[in-house]
Write a protein that binds this ligand. Structure first.
Ligand SMILES: NC(=O)C1=CN([C@@H]2O[C@H](COP(=O)(O)OP(=O)(O)OC[C@H]3O[C@@H](n4cnc5c(N)ncnc54)[C@H](O)[C@@H]3O)[C@@H](O)[C@H]2O)C=CC1
Ligand SMILES: O=C(O)[C@@H]1CCC=N1
Length: 268
């Protein structure tokens, strides 16, 4: 199986690295198209000659094409590569908001898998939600899912609009977690810890809390209740969060991300 990855940034590199390190695809079967030259340190075991800055008929002699450019760059990209796409190509897109209809129309292809991964795919702990056009058969879907699973866990969905929701929850989600962690680190520093101590405290707190919840049958609220003693310290913090509508604001943020994903899709 030969794969062409278009766009070699965060996601393109993650896919290349995961395919090679899982042993699922040989590095000689991975071709890259990136608009600028790629540094040696980011090439992993893929040889220099497999990297290209211009499309050509040779590099499109592949089974699967992965689109990992920013949604805003898709229009220019599609104009550049449309002539090289064949009906047999399976196109796997990770672009936020770009719909299956738009991919089919702009690339003149029929076999499309649209996915939404997230950044922990870089260490094999990603969450990817994906769906497919009707021309993708079960065997092709199985192959693509195996590829995606080299980067973590995945779920298949029938309703494409749920991909926008997945973008808002698991796609953008790691940034929300880092945002909350940053605020806690800043508080810890204000309370007198050094930066490295503060980062250590917060990081281990997140790891511990997530693992604890994962290994139990208790809900998040039940765990909150176990930590927050009546009249204690946690309760004081939670009262401030609630008075400031932190819970509602997080929901508003996720909703804004969902709306933006829809908007990006409507632009195409
Ligand atoms: N970063 C993240 O956490 C996630 C990103 N995504 C999606 O993945 C896509 C890529 O995101 P990142 O990897 O973060 O972006 P990035 O900016 O790191 O990488 C994009 C790459 O595409 C290249 N590129 C742009 N136009 C090109 C063209 N016409 N031909 C060839 N190469 C071109 C750029 O030079 C760059 O190397 C986006 O569509 C985003 O919605 C999806 C889930 C998570
Ligand atoms: O922020 C973005 O648009 C992309 C999609 C999900 C994560 N990053």
């Amino acid at each position: 199986m030969r794969i062409l990855i278009i766009g070699y940034g965060n996601m393109g590199q993650t896919y290349a690295n995961s395919f090679v390190s899982s042993g699922f695809v040989s590095s000689s079967d991975i071709l890259i198209l990136n608009r600028s030259e790629v540094d040696k340190k980011n090439r992993y075991s893929i040889q220099k000659s497999n990297f290209n800055t211009k499309p050509s008929i040779e590099i499109f002699d592949v089974d699967i094409i992965i689109l990992a450019v920013k949604p805003q760059d898709f229009e220019t990209l599609s104009n550049n590569i449309k002539a090289f796409i064949r009906k047999e190509h399976i196109v796997l897109s990770v672009m936020a908001g770009v719909t299956i209809t738009s991919l089919i129309k702009n690339l003149n292809c029929t076999k499309v898998v649209r996915s939404m991964p997230n950044i922990p795919t870089q260490i094999g702990l990603g969450m990817t939600v994906f769906c497919a056009s009707s021309d993708i058969d079960r065997k092709e879907l199985f192959i693509v899912q195996n590829l995606i699973n080299t980067t973590g866990k995945s779920i298949y969905i029938d309703k494409e609009e749920m991909l926008n929701a997945a973008t808002a929850v698991s796609g953008s989600g790691p940034a929300y977690v880092f945002y909350f962690m940053n605020a806690m680190i800043e508080s810890a520093i204000q309370l007198g810890f050094s930066k490295s101590e503060a980062e250590f405290l917060v990081s281990q707190t997140f790891i511990g809390a997530v693992q604890l919840q994962n290994r139990s049958t208790l809900s998040h609220q039940e765990w909150i209740n176990k930590v927050a003693s009546k009249g204690g310290t946690t309760e004081s913090a939670l009262q401030v969060f609630n008075a400031n509508h932190v819970n509602d604001d997080i929901k508003k943020g996720v909703e804004a991300a969902n709306n933006r994903a829809i908007e990006l899709g409507n632009k195409k």
